[in-house]
Design a binder for this molecule. Structure first.
Ligand code: SAH
Length: 346
């Protein structure tokens, strides 16, 4: 029986160097292979043209490269691209390229499915199957980076962890992926151009602060009233707003970074004055920005985008309280690529 070969990208550079030394080769060979694996994003050992055939064969005998495969690419009329990405075990996740006049943003997944049960999100209907490995997250970014150059003639400029899954429930792997994305040995992107979006896991937000991460944090709030938030984001019963706020206060005290909230206003759910007032109250402890995002319907009559008057009220009240507010239009709706629509349709 063939023993299961190891994923070579699970090895650190040091481990790869040690491996070559044990094989009687030079540690430097480890650097070369490492460069192929990350900076050059090689799909196979055959690609490694400055490595001898014999060494490539030895690597093949010992390891696999579990590179993702873009199974299907859909392009929206607004330039948005959605990739259905096949993993080595045939599970599928999705990632999205969002172009604007000045940016190209990659929206990447961190888990296969999701264990949270947000009532308005299509991904919540999929069972959480497993966490993505760092290389699977990295590969999604590389695929979009290449598509950005090919279809939009420019490199990727930003990354948001707003695809499938809850990034803070796969924290270690997300951190390792970001490490590769930002390292000169990987893509060399600035961490300031990366946003990790969380539904709010207090313990992990504190951990991020302690780890002094350099990327940005966004919190999917949607309501600052416990009762309302629990009804649409049931895990709020376990991590209530008081705990979330305490963690965010800790985050702010350590990082001095403004906090961004993602917020959808739904008719009859959070479209009243008391909802805005609660939001203002919640935001008070630190400089804040609220992104009012458009609701993307997920074949569920229960949720409907609030009318423009309610949105105007939110904007006016927030601005009057010195809270930065933006109203964000959805992108890629025609191909189910917008926020909360990722669910492997078909
Ligand atoms: N689990 C993370 C990241 C994935 S969701 C988080 O909760 O932040 C990415 C963003 O899309 C979140 O702000 C989420 O609240 C929002 N979202 C989910 N479903 C949506 C929908 N149907 N319409 C608009 N936004 C949605």
């Amino acid at each position: 029986m063939e023993t299961k070969k190891k994923d070579i990208r699970a090895l650190t550079k040091e481990q790869l160097r040690d491996f070559f030394v044990k094989e009687g080769d030079k540690a430097f060979r480890g650097n070369q292979v490492y460069e192929w694996l990350w900076q050059k994003s090689a799909h196979s050992f055959e690609d490694m043209t400055n490595i001898s055939l014999e060494t490539r064969q030895m690597l093949k005998d010992n390891f696999v490269i579990n590179h993702i495969k873009v199974d299907q690419m859909q392009r929206s009329s607004d330039g948005t691209i959605k990739n259905a990405v096949r993993l080595h075990d045939d599970l599928i996740v999705e990632s999205v390229l969002i172009p604007t006049a000045t940016r190209t943003t990659a929206c990447v997944s961190s888990q296969v499915g999701c264990s949270l049960d947000c009532k308005f999100c299509a991904t919540a209907r999929l069972k959480r199957m497993r966490n993505l490995n760092p290389d699977e997250i990295y590969d999604q970014v590389v695929a979009i980076h290449n598509e950005s150059r090919l279809y939009h003639n420019r490199p990727l400029s930003n990354i948001v962890f707003m695809g499938m899954g809850e990034p803070l429930m796969n924290y270690n792997n997300v951190l390792k992926a970001i490490d590769k994305i930002t390292s000169p040995e990987g893509l060399g992107m600035s961490p300031k151009r990366i946003v990790v979006s969380t539904s709010g896991v207090p313990k992990m937000i504190k951990k991020m602060a302690d780890d002094e991460v350099k990327f940005k944090l966004a919190v999917s709030l949607h309501s600052a009233i416990d009762e309302v938030r629990t009804s649409i984001m049931p895990f709020n019963a376990t991590f209530p707003l008081k705990d979330l706020r305490e963690a965010l206060e800790y985050w702010y005290s350590k990082t001095k970074n403004r906090i961004t909230y993602e917020y959808v206003v739904w008719e009859g759910i959070n479209d009243k004055r008391k909802d805005v007032d609660a939001l203002v109250e919640f935001c008070k402890f630190a400089p804040s920005k609220v992104n009012l995002i458009e609701y993307n319907p997920i074949d569920d009559g229960e949720f409907q985008q609030a009318n423009p008057k309610a949105l105007d009220m939110y904007v006016n009240v927030l601005e009057a309280n010195n809270i930065t507010v933006t109203v964000r239009r959805s992108r890629g709706k025609d191909i189910d690529a917008a926020c909360g629509q990722l669910a492997n349709k078909g």
